[in-house]
Design a binder for this molecule. Structure first.
Ligand SMILES: [Zn+2]
Length: 474
């Protein structure tokens, strides 16, 4: 029947398909599900609709909201929920659901354009959902390319490092994949699969499956290893000395981090850190090692200091007035970030709040340094070799405040009293005198010459006691 179609009809079909592919954003709708801050300092989870037909946008937004709740209530994302935004992008598909390639299922053959992103379930387990380019369709532009294009259209100014694309597939058969690390795909039948796939996409975690997958590359991930010696196990910070290695998968070790045989699609020779983890069973929680990896991944994409004041790195200070430094911090849900302020590399006692008030004169004139060290002391991370959980903010203070000193006091033979004023005082000095340190009388206003001023008080001998001081004019 296809062969008998007139050429003009085929051309029209071709034109429509091309327009559709070239202008994906025209027919897309954008919605904000959760917003916690600027996209530049958040991981932006972007949920895409796949297999939702025209008129099913409401259904998709409801599914996206539910998926966001499932995602952000899973640890460690729950503790770092402020570090995420969630958005939804709706595009309608010609058909509902996805393509099933298992013989006998409907549809049993792949057709480009059946759904918007051309997703399909694999043809042996009917669980693994991928987008082109895949074994079914090698064309990037038919699948992942559309995801990337939509992200580019809506977030052109934001680094791609700050996104996690996820597709909600409107299909009742549970399934998903990480689409080769590019997008977390999950059917709406069970959106906990999004959380499992996010472990691959965000944390480069491996599957802790023990079943065989012939041809899968034997490359270790943060949660898989072939090493059995304690010193070589990358998660050994979590293993106590009395835990046997390898660790028996028996009742007493179900809540213990150890070295459990079976991981990375091998029944033996490969090991995982925990008996049961979300990277093996998507309904379980992430194990401590996978949670640690994900917290590190979150901090690799976000910074704990959102903004700082003053915004500039370098300050020139000419007045000894109180300076205020402050940080706006991105805080976890149930614990606070730690702060320590320092001047010239020395910690200031008690200065552990996001705001510091500081008088510059005691630092001395010249170049000084003020630091705010911010770190997350979460129990979820035991090894942070790249210092992802720490951020140091530095200000350089060029201090040039007027500092005056009086020296060389001397009674002269003629009965006058002389002394010298030294220091820096661009606006000049006022020399004052007092008999009681309370009431001060100005005696002379002058400027320093080459950093000094000699002063002579002619009538001093008549006064039994007199205090002198030099001030810069207000
Ligand atoms: Zn794990």
């Amino acid at each position: 029947m296809k062969k008998n179609l007139p050429p003009s009809f085929l051309a029209l079909v071709w034109l429509v398909v091309c327009l559709h592919a070239a202008l994906p954003a025209r027919s897309a709708s954008f919605a904000t599900i959760v917003t916690n801050g600027p996209a530049t300092n958040r991981i932006n989870l972007v949920l895409f609709s796949e297999g939702y037909t025209n008129g099913q946008m409401g259904s998709f937004l409801s599914d996206a909201t539910n998926a966001a709740t499932v995602f952000l209530s899973s640890q460690p994302y729950a503790e770092y929920s402020n570090y995420f935004n969630v958005f939804a992008i709706f595009t309608n598909s010609a058909h509902a659901g996805s393509t099933h390639l298992v013989p006998g299922t409907i549809p049993g053959a792949y057709t480009n354009g059946y759904t918007y992103f051309n997703s399909s379930y694999d043809n042996y387990s009917d669980f693994f959902i991928t987008l082109p380019p895949n074994a079914t369709d090698a064309s990037y532009s038919h699948g992942q390319g559309k995801v990337d294009s939509l992200l580019q259209n809506y977030f052109s100014s934001i680094s791609t490092n700050n996104f996690m694309a996820a597709l909600l597939v409107n299909d009742l058969t549970p399934g998903g994949s990480d689409n080769s690390g590019n997008a977390a795909i999950s059917s709406v039948a069970d959106t906990r699969i999004v959380v499992h796939e996010s472990g691959h996409v965000l944390g480069n975690l491996g599957d802790e499956y023990t079943s065989a997958y012939l041809g899968y590359p034997d490359v270790e991930e943060p949660n898989t290893t072939t090493n059995t010696a304690y010193s070589l196990i990358k998660w050994n910070a979590w293993i106590t000395t009395n835990t046997p290695l390898p660790t028996p998968n028996s009742t007493i070790y179900q809540a213990t981090v150890g070295l459990f045989q079976g991981a990375h699609y091998h029944t033996s020779g490969w090991y995982r850190p925990f008996a049961n983890c979300r990277m093996q069973y998507y309904g379980d929680a992430f194990c401590p090692v996978c949670q640690e990896t994900l917290v590190l991944a979150i901090y690799a994409k976000t910074r704990p200091v959102e903004t700082r004041s003053p915004a500039t790195n370098s300050l020139t200070i000419t007045l000894n007035q109180m300076l205020t430094f402050s940080l706006a911090l991105l805080q976890p849900a149930t614990h606070s970030l730690n702060v320590q302020w320092r001047t010239n590399f020395v910690a200031i006692g008690g200065a552990t709040n996001p705001v510091l008030n500081l008088l510059p004169a005691p630092l001395g004139n010249g170049t000084n340094r003020v630091d705010a060290i911010v770190w997350d002391a979460t129990d979820l991370v035991r090894k942070d070799t790249k210092n992802f959980l720490k951020q140091t903010n530095t200000w350089t203070l060029n201090v040039a405040v007027p500092i005056l000193m009086i020296d060389s006091p001397k009674w002269q033979t003629n009965g006058s009293f002389t002394f010298r004023v030294t220091g820096t005082a661009p606006a000049g000095v006022v020399i004052q005198a007092s008999t009681n340190l309370t009431q001060w009388t100005p005696l002379k206003t002058n400027t320093l010459s080459n950093g000094q001023l000699f002063y002579t008080n002619l009538g001093a001998a008549a006064i039994p006691r007199r205090f002198y001081r030099a001030k810069t004019p207000p």
